[in-house]
Design a protein around this ligand. Structure first.
Ligand SMILES: [Fe+2]
Length: 204
């Protein structure tokens, strides 16, 4: 079955296949890219107002993908795992993800989940962990990331960030929004994270 999102999956695959990193290569190789489509209703979120700025900041090799995401934003099903009770209103207004494939995404995959995360500027995503291991590829620079007990470290666009299973990690954005591709594998793919930090904990 062809759908209007086939091109999105193709461009997502093409970008991931261009990333020079052993973990990403392994994830791309293990993925069966001929996935059945899943019918999802469009669902928009407030964080989409950061998509154009983020797309403008993305490196040239990611632009075909982010331009298509921007074009199709209103037809896609954007989601949130957290609620206002978890991290507050500002976070919820500036956070969301698109699952391109996975157990609940636009394409069906029971082995791994992958898509795009959006975080607005000046947002703290506090310490949390989950069973699945997580690979992030930021498409915009300037966000600080940390895992375990390490300090925050600024990562640039295209740098691969790996969060091992069940290890705490956190992010905080700077003056610009974060767009990041993610891959989840090796654990429950729609599980809500265990939160150990608070929205005010990690500033400063
Ligand atoms: Fe995570």
């Amino acid at each position: 079955m062809t759908t209007k999102f086939d091109e999105l999956l193709e461009k997502f695959h093409a970008y991931l296949a261009s990333v020079d990193d052993a973990l990403v290569r392994d994830a791309v190789a293990r993925t069966g890219w001929d996935m059945p489509a899943r019918k999802l209703e469009p669902h928009a979120l407030g964080c989409l107002r950061h998509l154009d700025r983020g797309a403008g900041l993305a490196p040239p090799d990611a632009r075909p993908l982010v331009r298509l995401l921007a074009e199709q934003r209103n037809e896609l099903h954007w989601g949130q795992t957290y609620t206002e009770a978890d991290f507050g209103r500002a976070f919820i207004d500036n956070y969301g993800w698109l699952e391109i494939f996975g157990t609940r995404g636009h394409f069906v995959n029971e082995e791994a989940a992958a898509g795009l995360l959006i975080l607005g500027p000046g947002i703290v995503y506090p310490d949390h962990h989950h069973v699945a291991e997580e690979i992030y590829i930021p498409l915009t620079g300037g966000t600080e990331w940390r895992m375990g007990e390490s300090g925050f470290r600024r990562r640039e666009a295209g740098e691969v960030v790996h969060h091992a299973s069940n290890v705490n990690h956190a992010m905080r954005t700077g003056k610009e929004p974060l767009l990041a591709l993610y891959i989840w594998r090796g654990g429950p793919l729609a599980q809500k994270s265990t939160i150990t930090g608070t929205a005010t904990q990690v500033r400063g």
